[in-house]
Design a protein around this ligand. Structure first.
Ligand SMILES: *Cc1c(COP(=O)(O)O)cnc(C)c1O
Ligand code: SF4
Length: 529
C-alpha cells in the first residue's frame, strides 16, 4: 500500500461510519470498484501528468478532447516522461508504427520508471525495429481470408469486421500494424456497405465481431449506422465489439453510447487489458456503465515480456477483472508480427501462467491460453488435443479443422525479474500449496503440497491428509472411485493419534494402499493424487 491507497482507505472508513450513523441512508458498498472514493472522499480519479493539471475537468472528461490532445512526438513525450536512449531512438525512427497516446493514458505512467508496464505498451524503443526468425507482416494471413476489404471470414459461422484503421492509442505489439494507424488507408462508407452486403448474402454467419483499429473511435452516428446495418440482417444473432477504447479513454463510455448499444442487443464486448495498472477508477466506472446496459464484458490479454510475463501479475490482473465483472476470455501468445520481437515469450511461460491460475483461483478468472495460428488457422488453445509437439524451438499445433501450423519460439527472451517485481514480492501464500515458483525456476515438474519433502515435519501433507482422508486416497492407474455407491476407502495415515483408522486389507479394482515408511513406492504419483 502506498500513501495514496492508505488515504483512500481512510476516506472509505470515514464514509462507512458516516453511513452507519444514518440507518435510513442507502447501503454503501465500498467493495464495488465503480464506487471507489479518493482521499478527498469524492469519486476516485487517476493521476494527471503535470502538463494537464490546469485543464478543467469537463474538458479532461470529454473523449473528444482526449482524442485531439494525444501526444505523438519525441519532444512532447519528453515533457511528460524521462526518456531513455532506447526510447529516444524508437520515438525518433522515421518509419515506425504510429505513436499516439491519450493524455489520460500517458498520465498513468510513472515518469521515472523505464520498465513501467503501461509505458512499455505504448512508447516505442529502438529494439522494435529488430527482425526475428519467423517474423511476418500479416502473420495471421487475414488479407488472404478477406472476401471484401476489411472483412475476415475464417471460421464457418462468424466474421471479423474491420470498420476503421484508427485507434485511441497505438500498442507497440499490434497484430495489425500493417493496416492500423494509417489515416490515409481508412475504411469508408462504401466499404462498410460492401461488408454488410457480404453479410446479407452469407446466411451461415451468425456472429459479427466489430474490430479494427477500434470501432469505438468512429463518430457515434457512423458507428450506429454500421451496428444497425448488421442488426437488420435476420441471420445475425450476436454482435461483438472488440475494443481498447475503454482502456485508453474510458471517457468515451458515456450514457449516449450505452443507450445506443443497448438498442441493438444481444451485444457483447471484449476489452483488452494486459496489466492491473490499466484498471483505474475511471475504467471501473466505464465498465460498470456497460454492464448496466446489459452488455457482457470479456477481456483479451496478450502475453508480453516485460509487461505481464509473470504468474503474480496475471493473477492480480484476473482478480481485478472479475472484481469489475469482466470475464477473462483469452490470453494470447504474442504474434509473429514485425515490431513485437522483444515482447515475445516462450510458450512455456504461458503454460506456467495457466498452471498458476487453474485451480488456484476462481474458474471465472481463468482465460483460455491461445496461439493465433501463424499462416491463418484461427485461434488454437494451447492444450492437449491441439498441441501436437513442443520442442525447444517450435510448437506444432492443429486447429479445429485439423490444419497444422508451427509457432517458432523466440530465440532470445529476457526473463522476468522477480526481485524487481512488486507482485512477486507481495505474493500471497497459498495455504497448502507451493511449487508454482519451483516450476518457474525449473526446479520441479509439478506443484506439490507445501512442506511435502520436509522429512522432519511431514508438514502440511500429513495435516491435509488427516483433515480430509478422502482427498488423499492414492489411486492406481485406471482406478475408479471405490465400489459403486460405497464410500471412498480410508487408508492408513501416519497418525499422531488423532484419526487412526484400521489398515484396510481388501481393495477394489485399482485401489492400492499407501506404502508405509521405508517400503518401496510403486507409484510415486500416488502420493500426490
Ligand atoms: C478472433 C477471431 C474471431 C472470433 O473468434 P472466437 O474464438 O469466436 O472469439 C473470428 N474471426 C476472426 C478472423 C478472428 O480472428
Ligand atoms: S488497440 Fe488493438 S488494433 Fe489498436 S493498436 Fe492496439 S492492438 Fe492494435
Amino acid at each position: 500500500m502506498d500513501a495514496r491507497e492508505i488515504k483512500a482507505a481512510v476516506a472509505h472508513q470515514r464514509a462507512l461510519s458516516e453511513a452507519a450513523v444514518d440507518r435510513d441512508a442507502p447501503f454503501l458498498n465500498l467493495r464495488d470498484p465503480a464506487r471507489s472514493l479518493g482521499p478527498d472522499g469524492r469519486p476516485a480519479v487517476s493521476r494527471r501528468a503535470s502538463k494537464w493539471l490546469d485543464v478543467p475537468d469537463d474538458k479532461w472528461n470529454d473523449w473528444r478532447w482526449q482524442l485531439s490532445n494525444r501526444v505523438n512526438d519525441l519532444e512532447e513525450v519528453a515533457e511528460i516522461l524521462e526518456l531513455t536512449d532506447d526510447e529516444r531512438e524508437g520515438l525518433g525512427a522515421p518509419d515506425k508504427f504510429r505513436v499516439d497516446i491519450t493524455p489520460y493514458f500517458i498520465s498513468l505512467i510513472d515518469p521515472r520508471d523505464p520498465n513501467d508496464p503501461i509505458r512499455r505498451q505504448v512508447i516505442p524503443t529502438g529494439r522494435e525495429a529488430q527482425a526475428f526468425t519467423g517474423m511476418m507482416e500479416d502473420s495471421l494471413a487475414e488479407d488472404r481470408h478477406s472476401p471484401v476489404p476489411g472483412l475476415v471470414h475464417r471460421y464457418p459461422d462468424r466474421v471479423l469486421m474491420l470498420v476503421t484503421t484508427q485507434c485511441a492509442s497505438y500498442c507497440r505489439y499490434c497484430t495489425r500494424s500493417r493496416i492500423v494507424g494509417d489515416p490515409t488507408q481508412n475504411f469508408n462508407r462504401r466499404e462498410h456497405e460492401a461488408q454488410l452486403d457480404y453479410l446479407r448474402r452469407t446466411p451461415q454467419v451468425r456472429d459479427v465481431l466489430i474490430s479494427g483499429g477500434d470501432g469505438l473511435t468512429l463518430a457515434p452516428k457512423l458507428l450506429e449506422t454500421i451496428i444497425r446495418g448488421i442488426r437488420e440482417i435476420p441471420h445475425i444473432e450476436i454482435i461483438r465489439i472488440g475494443s481498447r477504447v475503454p482502456v485508453f479513454m474510458p471517457q468515451r463510455v458515456d450514457d449516449e453510447l450505452c443507450e445506443m448499444l443497448q438498442r441493438y442487443h444481444p451485444v457483447w464486448i471484449n476489452l483488452h487489458f494486459n496489466h492491473p495498472d490499466e484498471i483505474t477508477p475511471e475504467v471501473s466506472r466505464a465498465v460498470d456503465k456497460l454492464a448496466r446496459a446489459g452488455i457482457p464484458i470479456g477481456n483479451q490479454s496478450v502475453l508480453l515480456a516485460g509487461v505481464n510475463d509473470c504468474v503474480h501479475i496475471q493473477r492480480a490482473l484476473v482478480h481485478k477483472l472479475v472484481a469489475n465483472r469482466i470475464r477473462p476470455y483469452y490470453l494470447y501468445q504474442c504474434d509473429l508480427v514485425e515490431g513485437s520481437g522483444h515482447f515475445r515469450t516462450p510458450v512455456g511461460k504461458g503454460l506456467e501462467i495457466m498452471e498458476g491460475l487453474r485451480g488456484h483461483t476462481s474458474g471465472y478468472a481463468v482465460p483460455t491460453y491461445v496461439i493465433d495460428a501463424p499462416g491463418g488457422g484461427g485461434k488454437i488453445p494451447v492444450m492437449p488435443n491441439y498441441l501436437i509437439s513442443y520442442s525447444d524451438h517450435k510448437v506444432v499445433l492443429r486447429n479445429y479443422e485439423g490444419y497444422i501450423t508451427t509457432y517458432e519460439e523466440p530465440e532470445t527472451y529476457e526473463r522476468h525479474d522477480e526481485r524487481a517485481c512488486r507482485y512477486c514480492r507481495d505474493e500471497r501464500p497459498e495455504p497448502g500449496q507451493s511449487g508454482v515458483l519451483g516450476l518457474l525456476e525449473g526446479e520441479r515438474m509439478w506443484i506439490e503440497p507445501r512442506d511435502f519433502n520436509d522429512v522432519h515435519t511431514r508438514g502440511n501433507t500429513e495435516r491435509h491428509r488427516l483433515q480430509d482422508p478422502a482427498k488423499w486416497v492414492p489411486f492406481g492407474v485406471g482406478a475408479i472411485e471405490g465400489k459403486a455407491g460405497a464410500p471412498l476407502p480410508v487408508l492408513e495415515g501416519r497418525s499422531n493419534g488423532t484419526t487412526q483408522t484400521e489398515p484396510k486389507t481388501d481393495y477394489g479394482p485399482g485401489e492400492e494402499p499407501r506404502p508405509r515408511d521405508g517400503e518401496p513406492t510403486a507409484s510415486a504419483h500416488g502420493e500426490l493424487l
